[in-house]
Design a protein around this ligand. Structure first.
Ligand code: OOG
Ligand code: NI
Length: 447
């Protein structure tokens, strides 16, 4: 059929539509986008080498379209329908995150593209959390929440029809894709009308603010949308000048020569007017802003080192103290591409240079790339981390929840329950990065 449209196209349209909607809903998000664009431009101007590296690694083109969002859902049915919806956009569940360790009664995955070309075109990701009702202590409240959730449908009827149609046909026409994007967007829109009365809202809110957020509204409103910056320290420092109040510390690893994994910071959730059933007025705090800086993806060995160093580091009282302390602690983490590669701590994508092409016949599967890199025949580019960090995510959740949850550790990881709700296993992030590295080695004749 001539007028079919790809999953990549649909994801691109959808992420643009989502960004436009969120800019209207939360004007501070528009301000944050401007700030991030200004900082990124300045970084690239001052750093021609980084500019060139990003161009060579096909990273520059996606920088300005790159963002992630986050949503929270209440039922298995909602989660599995989201899986079907995101599959149409070429987004698949990667990794299982247990946030209950940090006192947040959810477990999560991230829907994202998984192949090289799709990631390069538009890596839109949605961090998706499922409320764990079983962690509500009061049985009456748990039952009440369950009943409220059972009554709602967070998808429009037409959206559900279109998902069925796509699964039957295996594709959309242009017009169907456009309609699907509009219908899908409705699920993530903010609703000022709560579905419950004030008393119910408050009872759920007292149990946990997040429970009220998930249970009391007719949809699973997007709660933040996060652009990618090339210099998060600079954005954090400039936020107050733009009238935005950042959270106290930047989450994740410290600033380094070779950035690893993911660093994140956010601004506080807004207090927004809502109307409860019975027309009573009130407020609800859920939606906020966040920015991220992404670095190289780590191997299992690298990740173990990261987790160990971070666990021993604690959290400083202000960002400067925290960052200085982290820099001390992370001296134990090699900070050059060569060491990261040689010690098997991070993933790389190998490419032949023109001189390398000319000598390709001399390469054998299993050859050590290092001497070839030194000769200028092969280049190794860091593979960017596309996923999330549970400790950071918990820090982001908590910066918006006050201190009410601290020290309240619940439950055990329940990956099987999550996957059964989702309707499929989640992809393993390490396998995906390893495959990407191996594909690149094979293209060079090194595997
Ligand atoms: C999700 C918080 C986690 C991230 O970037 O780690 C997150 C939420 O608040 O729903 O978005
Ligand atoms: Ni986020």
């Amino acid at each position: 059929m001539a007028n079919t449209i790809t999953a990549d196209d649909i994801r691109e349209h959808f992420s643009q539509a989502m960004s436009a909607m969120y800019q209207q809903e939360v004007p501070q998000y528009g301000t944050l986008l401007e700030l991030v664009a200004d900082v990124n431009l300045a970084v690239l101007e001052n750093n021609p080498l980084l500019h060139e590296q990003l161009v060579n690694a096909d990273e520059l083109a996606r920088l300005n379209v790159e963002r992630h969002g986050a949503i929270r859902v209440g039922t298995e049915q909602e989660l599995s329908t989201l899986r079907r919806m995101f599959a149409i956009m070429g987004m698949y569940p990667v990794s299982y995150y247990d946030l209950s360790q940090a006192g947040v009664p959810v477990h999560s995955t991230a829907f994202r593209p998984i192949d090289d070309a799709a990631l390069c075109r538009n890596p839109f990701r949605v961090f998706t959390s499922l409320l764990r009702l079983e962690l509500i202590e009061s049985e009456t409240l748990r039952e009440k929440a369950r009943q409220i959730l059972a009554r709602r449908t967070i998808f429009t009827p037409r959206c559900l029809e279109l998902i069925d149609l796509y699964e039957r046909e295996g594709e959309f026409t242009d017009a169907q894709a456009r309609e699907f994007v509009q219908e899908a967007l409705e699920t993530f829109r903010w609703h000022r009308h709560a579905t419950v009365d004030r008393e119910t809202y408050q009872a759920l809110h007292r149990e946990h603010r997040l429970i009220a957020d998930v249970v009391c509204f007719p949809g699973c409103h997007i709660n933040h949308l996060t652009p990618r910056t090339l210099d998060i320290d600079q954005v954090q420092a400039l936020m107050p000048k733009y009238g935005i109040e950042p959270k106290v510390v930047i989450e994740g690893p410290p600033r380094r020569e070779v950035p690893i994994l993911l660093r994140q910071t956010s601004f506080k959730a807004l207090e927004e007017p809502v109307r409860f059933a019975g027309e009573e007025q009130g407020t609800h705090t859920a939606r906020f802003g966040e920015i991220e800086q992404r670095g190289v993806a780590l191997t299992r060995k690298g990740r173990e080192l990261y987790d160990r160093l971070l666990a021993g580091a604690g959290t400083g009282k202000d960002n400067l103290t925290h960052q200085l302390h982290l820099q001390e602690v992370f001296k134990a983490f090699p900070d050059s591409e060569m060491f990261l590669r040689r010690q098997g701590l991070a993933w790389f994508r190998y490419r032949l240079t023109p001189a390398g092409e000319a000598h390709r016949h001399a390469f054998r599967p299993g050859d050590d790339p290092q001497p070839l890199i030194e000769r200028g025949w092969v280049v190794a580019q860091p593979i960017i981390y596309e996923d999330f960090l549970p400790v950071s995510a918990a820090g982001i959740f908590q910066s918006n929840l006050g201190n009410e949850t601290q020290g309240r550790s619940h439950g055990n990881a329940s990956r099987e329950a999550f996957e059964s709700a989702l309707g499929c296993p989640v992809y393993d992030e390490f396998t995906l990065y390893e495959e990407a590295e191996n594909r690149s080695k094979r293209r060079c004749g090194l595997l």
